[in-house]
Write a protein that binds this ligand. Structure first.
Ligand SMILES: CC(C)(COP(=O)(O)OP(=O)(O)OC[C@H]1O[C@@H](n2cnc3c(N)ncnc32)[C@H](O)[C@@H]1OP(=O)(O)O)[C@@H](O)C(=O)NCCC(=O)NCCS
Length: 176
């Protein structure tokens, strides 16, 4: 998917990678940690057993304390599965997973200002639009503004962080 502009989406496309090198790197990473480590991960989105895309998260740090680190999520669905509500559900399920399994207090996402589908999907998933990050991303030889979204855990109190490694949940197991 990552080597195909249409599959990954124009907003995720940073130029053609060396497909063999990319595959080798992903294979190695999957052997090492199954795409899940303490701070980040990647899960397949399954619908009725079919892989339709993936969701991922990585740490975003707002302050020096550990409690100031929050997962920043991303998503890409194959073109034929877009516009059917799966992006909304998958991102909400991922956020709930990060709240529950990692004790996250805040989950965030940012997307290009000219990506209305992702902005709408995040809003439908319950994320709040928080502002514009100017010239956040360099892509196609120019800078693009991003819109920042955040979703907070229901309780306002910091939760104890889980040291549990998350099981390899198929986000999509919940999407039936
Ligand atoms: C962005 C993406 C994850 C959204 O998932 P999805 O399953 O297509 O989204 P949903 O069907 O849940 O919701 C999309 C919403 O955006 C709306 N939308 C789609 N294109 C739109 C456009 N050009 N202008 C305005 N609204 C648009 C849809 O109408 C829908 O809203 P509605 O239910 O109120 O009608 C998916 O389209 C995708 O994988 N795109 C390519 C990769 C990408 O852009 N990833 C995000 C990068 S940060």
């Amino acid at each position: 998917m990552a080597a195909d502009k249409e599959a990954v989406g124009e907003h995720n496309w940073c130029g053609a990678p060396d497909a063999d090198e990319l595959l080798g790197r992903l294979h190695h990473q999957f052997q090492c940690d199954g795409f899940l480590d303490r701070r980040g991960g990647r899960l397949v989105v399954l619908v009725d057993g079919e892989a339709i895309g993936d969701v991922s998260w990585r740490p975003a740090q707002w302050g020096p304390s550990e409690g100031s680190v929050c997962p920043a999520i991303g998503i890409a669905l194959l073109p034929q599965f877009r516009g059917k509500g799966y992006g909304t559900i998958a991102q909400r399920l991922l956020a709930d997973h990060l709240f529950r399994e990692y004790g996250a207090h805040r989950v965030q996402s940012d997307t290009a200002a000219d990506n209305p589908a992702e902005q709408r999907a995040l809003e439908k998933a319950g994320f709040r639009r928080e502002g514009i990050v100017r010239d956040a991303e360099e892509r196609d030889g120019r800078f693009h503004d991003h819109v920042l979204y955040g979703l907070l855990a229901r309780s306002g109190k910091p939760r104890r962080r889980s040291s549990r490694s998350p099981g390899c949940y198929a986000v999509a197991a919940w999407m039936r």
